[in-house]
Design a protein around this ligand. Structure first.
Ligand code: NAD
Length: 499
């Protein structure tokens, strides 16, 4: 049995707590590795190393730090196949999807190459007589991030690339479900020229997270995961005086107007609802056709497409549409919610409950499900299922449809499919959700924009990546300097406006 490690000071370090978690191959159900779960002492050791390394890195000029990112991009491309295979083996997603996971992280690394420009401060010449005023962005020091299982390459890179290029050290606590790729990324960054100790990977569970939250040297904590944990981390981290941003769960609605291209809408729903087995925070999990006639047409288009989906292990080739879910517990939770939908009166139009794959009976595969006639009070509507289950809620009008999305507690992403520009503009303007697609089902912004939801999908002020990341990972310092020839007038006691 493979025993995974932590990555400290440029070395793989065995776990010392005596606690381990199983890492599965979701396609076969086999335990393929053990991951160590760090104690508070092991977290403290990582912080100590990071704190010793950070000042020199923070003093390195931004262009040199950016060059490390440049080289890192090359190495990610060089090792893309290897990274994707390792990712699929632990997560279960298909290899092309795993490459997308790496690619979307890589694009943020590319954006970070612009650090010299992005970190430039502001300067006011002659703000007063003989007075110049300037502001600069300085690194925070030691920063940390806690990441979810569903994007084990992308989300760590969204955090550590901007943190590091801004001059911070970063402690990554990846998901204990799929920790191998984060360890590989740390090795690659070092190969790219990052000094030892600047990126540390500490594997673990709640004990390591709590140690991060309570460590006085750690200045900021980034978190991506489920909403209850996001809320806990935000509250605890802020109470400890840290800068915290947390991104939580989702229930993304896609509104289908009567004038939409129904084939396009159905294709979009199938990809966005079932891709990665629905284990995406930007998955569409609720379809909202407007009007019964639209709903009937949509369901007619969806059913054959869903029944044709090819579910299989990542090793079965690139025409597999989606793979297993991450653990047996995740599978059981999805099955429980599907049953609750049936019990609470939703119509199960495509029933994936008897799904089984020959040769992979112990894998965590879940067949695709489609519900119709879902209502607001049902658990399948209120809860994030995080599985291949699409719920259809029939709305009788556009107002009812937009109201549904607006009233839901989550506000990560949403989409509208229509041919009418007026409706689309109204939707984009009024909706209280962070990322909006117009005839685009998974509107994940590119690296140079920012990513973040609203409502219970986020806790904190700044979004991930793009310019917000450079704000989150730096502190502004503003200097007022005077070099006059006559500084002999005596003290100034009033709080004066500049002349
Ligand atoms: P999770 O909340 O179970 O775990 C996320 C991280 O928190 C992991 O590193 C885990 O070890 C840690 N953790 C788990 N329980 C903890 C506890 N009690 N105390 C402290 N730390 C704890 O989430 P997950 O299952 O890995 O990921 C799926 C969730 O992430 C979904 O809800 C999904 O919507 C969300 N997600 C959100 C975004 C976004 O940007 N909004 C992106 C990806 C995933």
């Amino acid at each position: 049995m493979q025993e995974l490690t932590h990555y400290l000071n440029g070395e793989h370090v065995k776990g010392g707590s005596g606690r381990f978690a199983d890492v599965f191959n979701p396609a076969t159900g086999d335990v393929q590795a053990k991951v160590p779960l760090a104690s508070a002492d092991e977290v403290a050791r990582a912080v100590e190393i990071a704190a010793a390394a950070q000042p020199a890195w923070g003093a390195t000029n931004p262009q040199r730090r950016a060059r490390v990112m440049m080289k890192f991009v090359d190495l990610l491309n060089r090792d893309m196949d290897k990274l994707a295979e390792a990712l699929s083996r632990e997560h279960g997603k298909t290899v092309p999807d795993a490459k997308g996971d790496v690619q979307r992280g890589l694009e943020v690394v590319e954006y970070c190459i612009g650090a010299p420009q992005l970190l430039k401060g502001e300067f006011t010449d002659s703000a007063g007589p003989g007075i110049d005023m300037y502001s600069m962005r300085q690194a925070l020091g030691v920063t940390a991030g806690i990441t979810p299982f569903n994007f084990p390459a992308m989300i760590p890179m969204w955090m550590f690339a901007p943190a590091i290029v801004c001059g911070n050290a970063f402690i990554l606590k990846p998901s204990e479900r799929d920790p191998s790729v984060p360890l590989m990324l740390a090795e690659l960054l070092e190969e790219a020229g990052l000094p030892k100790g600047i990126l540390q990977v500490v594997n673990g569970d709640k004990e390591a997270v709590d140690a991060i939250l309570h460590h006085p040297v750690i200045q900021s904590v980034g978190f991506v995961g489920s909403t209850p944990i996001a809320e806990y981390i935000y509250g605890t981290g802020c109470a400890q005086g840290k800068r915290v941003q947390c991104f939580g769960g989702a229930k993304n609605h896609m509104i289908v107007m009567p004038d939409a291209d129904m084939d396009q809408a159905a294709d979009a729903l199938v990809g966005a609802g079932y891709g990665a087995a629905g284990e995406r925070c930007m998955a569409i999990s609720v379809a909202v056709p407007v009007g019964d006639e639209t709903a009937d047409r949509l369901i007619d288009k969806l059913v054959p497409r869903i029944e044709k989906l090819k579910v299989g292990p990542y090793m079965a080739g690139n025409d597999v549409d989606y793979g297993p879910v991450v653990t047996a517990a995740a599978k059981a939770n999805i099955e429980r919610l599907v049953q609750s939908g049936v019990d609470q009166g939703a119509k199960l139009v495509v029933d994936g409950r008897d799904f089984s794959l020959q040769g992979y009976e112990d894998g965590f595969f879940v067949g695709p499900h489609l519900f119709d006639n879902v209502t607001k009070d049902m658990d399948i509507y209120k809860t994030e299922i995080f599985g291949p289950v699409l719920s259809t809620v029939r709305a009788q009008s556009y107002e009812e449809a937009i109201g549904l999305a607006m009233d839901h507690e989550y506000g990560n992403g949403t989409a509208i499919f229509t041919r009418d520009g007026d409706t689309a503009r109204d939707f984009a303007n009024r909706i209280n959700i962070g990322m909006v697609g117009i005839n685009v089902p998974i509107p994940v912004p590119l690296a140079y924009h920012t990513f973040g939801g609203w409502k219970k999908s986020v806790f904190g002020d700044l979004n991930q990546h793009g310019p917000d990341a450079f704000k989150f990972y730096t502190r502004t310092k503003t200097i007022t300097s005077r070099w006059p020839s006559g500084i002999k007038e005596g003290g100034e006691f009033n709080f004066k406006a500049m002349d």
